[in-house]
Design a protein around this ligand. Structure first.
Ligand code: GAL
Length: 815
């Protein structure tokens, strides 16, 4: 017994070192392929599967930030339970045999509320965030030390035999350092010293920090990092964030970055001497509850990452990168030891040879955005399509080209919930949010003679009521026919009530920090009650001094009387304002079955388009294991809870702006988040992820708080899985068709030769093989969960399409 436990706990230390060429692990120089998976953007139950898929996708490392505001929601009160169980997450990575990169920050940006800072920090006397300020530095050191010690206690650093090979301090401070003057420089030096003093035994990195003090390694973030060189010749070339797509805000379109372009960027990075590359995100996931930042970041954080929001493979991205990873790993030794030699072929075409005594490996890149290149290299002829990189592990045979995708495309579909009788119409009960105390009586928790920033109340809720009374004498000079209330608002939604009556609402757009709400108002002689409900949609997470950005009602609330050309302004800013944090229904947990207040739901007269309304229904969990979403089309804005779990803010009535192009998406040329977008004019987010672990057998409960007014009659639960899958693969390659756990039910289209079109609209080309390719596919694939095909004349029959034509097979299968 003693022997056994001694064996289990005897794990040997791993040494991680580096030089200008590479990260070295246990004496071996490495090509490190990593991917970001943020533990709180999924659930602990999802972690093993996500990490397994990352490993199968060819990664050898997982990167995560550490989210301070989750772990220390109240000063010195910590939470590492459930989905916040960082140790369990790192151990899950370890169990899968992968390395971990721990980005402690603790400022993380990440489109996360307040960039990961707990909002109480803002309220500590004398504090200034992210600068040489002793109050802040003390808190940052306290939390960083806590995390480091937690990892040490569990022996999770590589130096202790654990999986963590790299740790990060701060995040992209170099992007904003100039706004902090000398104190910024002093702060970053302090960060470096503080981190070093923690003796983690593995290297520390700082991303986007051009003057990172040694021995901090500065690393690159972006869509491309081939041009990056670290600030010290001893630092290896590392890429902490290869943005696989982009995030989404309310009102913005769906981003899409092609598999070809991501692969191109990765191949270029390793062609130019990279040693560590991390996909940000590999799995983006979901901003549950109130975790989304921005402001205005959506609940989905899909990111168009290789694994989609729900954990499904995003094909062809996942598979196309997997094939690249295999090639890169096969040439790891040459890449990290070989002498490098570049040949410029003109027109942005470059050959790079990595040569050791034993072998050499080559890259042929064409960074021209439009022109394909045909070059003669070491006696052979190669065609390198525009904006692509070919990999030749033996410097002769092209085994991979970033622009030639041989992986299937999966078109995901939402299927109705088969556990319910169809057609599904959920039956609802409702109750109003009681706003009488605030809107009619102006009652709150505290009163002060000024207008406060919502951060002052520690971000306990999205909602804050601002209430004041205004005594107007009959002879007040302000009386006029045209009187308005004017509110300077900053964040982000405002609902105005006067004397208990709803006056109107307004909200900002993404990226707009301030707006003025002005509305005609009828006031009475005597006392008038003004009640303003402000709702935040996530706090700012990025930019110089982002933490100081105002939230809620800013500096001025005024009543304006207009008489001819004259305006009389009564500024109410210094009035006595009474504040009430949150909403009654949230405080009383209407979303929880255990709440003694969650009673008296009404079954009759279900209201629609009614503001401030609670809705409740029950449903059966969809059968099977496919991920579950709830379709909230028809609703306005609010929060949704499934069995008491807050699945995030919803806002399907916020449509994505116009401006989608009908042109096919072209992978060539630098990606930006406005390229290849979709979903114009549709709800920014219609479907909301309900992790399987939130569901139970039997009856489940969905509760909605509807803030703007909506109609829940269309709400229903669905599962997400591949609907059709398409292959479009080149001759001499192998292609796998898979319905991810479901049988292939039919083949819609198959052709070998020069087929045209894209998945969903394939057409036969001018040249076709003689055999019945569709029947061959039918026999090999239908009824199976996956089938593997060699793309060859042997298999599909001869086709003479001309010497310079690379033949392809195109298949469309139904899952
Ligand atoms: C980076 C930042 C990440 C994330 C990303 C955009 O600048 O480091 O945390 O915010 O931008 O998704």
């Amino acid at each position: 017994m003693f022997m056994l436990s001694a064996l289990i706990f005897c794990v040997s230390a791993t040494t991680v070192s580096y030089d200008g060429r590479a990260i070295t692990i246990d004496g071996q120089r490495r090509v490190l392929l990593s991917g970001s998976i943020h533990y709180p953007r999924s659930t602990a139950e999802m972690w093993p599967d996500l990490i397994k898929k990352a490993k199968e996708g060819g990664l050898n490392s997982i990167e995560t930030y550490v989210f301070w505001n989750l772990h220390e929601p109240v000063r010195r009160q910590y939470d590492f339970t459930g989905n916040n169980d960082l140790v369990r997450f790192i151990k899950t990575v370890q169990d899968a045999g992968l390395y971990a990169v721990l980005r402690i920050g603790p400022y993380v940006c990440a489109e996360w509320n307040y960039g990961g800072f707990p909002v109480w920090l803002h309220n500590l006397p004398g504090i200034e965030l992210r600068t040489a300020n002793s109050v802040f530095m003390n808190e940052m050191q306290n939390f960083t030390t806590l995390i480091v010690n937690m990892m040490k206690n569990e022996k999770l650093f590589a130096s202790q035999g654990g999986p963590i090979i790299i740790t990060q301090i701060e995040n992209e401070f170099g992007n904003v350092i100039s706004s902090y003057g000398d104190a910024g420089k002093a702060y970053i030096d302090w960060c470096a010293n503080m981190a070093e003093s923690l003796n983690v035994g593995v290297p520390w990195i700082m991303c986007q920090e051009t003057d990172a003090p040694q021995p901090m390694i500065n690393t690159c973030n972006g869509w491309y990092c081939d041009q990056f060189t670290p600030n010290n010749p001893n630092s290896p070339k590392m890429w902490t964030e290869n943005w696989t797509g982009w995030f989404k805000s309310w009102g913005s379109k769906d981003p899409h970055r092609t598999a070809e372009d991501v692969a191109y960027a990765v191949a270029r990075f390793f062609q130019t001497g990279g040693t560590f590359q991390n996909y940000y995100m590999y799995h983006g996931g979901t901003n549950f509850g109130r975790t989304a930042g921005g402001p205005y970041i959506t609940t989905t954080y899909d990111y168009d990452a290789p694994l989609d929001e729900y954990g499904n493979l995003n094909q062809p991205k996942w598979g196309h990168l997997k094939q690249l990873h295999e090639v890169l790993k096969s040439i790891e030794f040459t890449l990290t030891h070989g002498d490098v030699n570049n040949t410029d072929f003109g027109n942005s075409v470059t050959a790079t040879v990595y040569a050791t005594n034993q072998s050499s490996s080559c890259f042929l890149s064409n960074t021209n955005q439009t022109t394909d290149a045909t070059i003669k290299f070491q006696g052979n002829q190669y065609t390198v399509p525009a904006w692509s990189v070919s990999l030749l592990p033996d410097c002769k045979t092209e085994v991979y080209n970033s622009a030639k995708v041989n992986t299937q495309t999966s078109v995901m579909e939402k299927k109705p919930n088969k556990a319910e009788n169809e057609p599904v119409a959920l039956s609802w009960v409702w109750k109003p949010e009681n706003i009488d105390a605030t809107a009619v009586h102006g009652k709150g928790h505290v009163s002060v003679n000024k207008i406060i920033d919502q951060k002052v109340v520690n971000d306990a809720s999205d909602y804050l009521w601002y209430m004041t009374s205004l005594e107007l004498k009959e002879d007040d000079p302000i009386w006029s026919d045209n009187m308005t209330i004017r509110v300077n608002a900053t964040g982000q939604v405002l609902h105005a009530y006067v004397n208990g009556k709803y006056l109107g609402s307004q909200w900002a757009k993404y990226g707009v920090a301030n707006y003025v709400y002005e509305q005609s108002v009828k006031l009475n002689p005597g006392n008038n009650l003004i009640s303003l409900l402000s709702a935040t949609v996530g706090f700012q997470n990025y930019g110089p001094h982002f933490d100081m950005v105002q939230n809620g009602i800013a500096d001025q609330v005024a009543i304006v009387g207009t008489k001819g050309d004259e305006q009389i302004i009564k500024d109410l800013s210094a009035h006595k304002w009474t504040y009430k944090v949150g909403l009654r229904g949230i405080e009383h947990k209407f979303y929880s079955l255990d709440s003694k207040f969650a009673t008296k739901w009404v079954a009759n007269d279900l209201p629609t388009n009614r503001m401030m309304t609670w809705y409740k229904t029950t449903f059966k969990a969809p059968l099977g294991t496919d991920p579950v979403v709830v379709d909230l089309q028809g609703l306005g804005k609010g929060f949704a809870w499934v069995n008491g779990h807050n699945i995030g803010r919803y806002w399907p009535s916020y449509l994505a702006e116009d401006g989608c192009s009908t042109d096919a998406c072209d992978y060539r040329g630098p990606y930006t988040d406005s390229k290849c977008v979709s979903n114009c004019g549709q709800p920014t987010q219609r479907w909301y992820h309900v992790p399987r672990s939130f569901l139970q057998e039997g009856v489940n409960t969905l509760v909605l708080f509807e803030e703007l007014g909506g109609n829940p009659s269309l709400v229903n639960f669905q599962t997400v899985r591949p609907g059709i899958v398409c292959a479009n693969a080149y001759e001499n390659k192998t292609v796998e068709l898979s319905c991810q756990g479901h049988p292939i039910s039919a083949i819609n289209f198959a052709s070998f030769g020069t087929p045209d079109g894209a998945c969903g609209s394939f057409q036969k080309g001018s040249c076709e093989s003689s055999k019945d390719v569709l029947s061959i596919l039918h026999t090999e694939c239908v009824g199976k969960e996956s089938c593997i095909l060699d793309v060859s004349e042997d298999k599909f029959g001869a086709a003479s399409c001309g010497d310079n034509v690379t033949k392809r097979v195109a298949v469309e299968a139904v899952c």
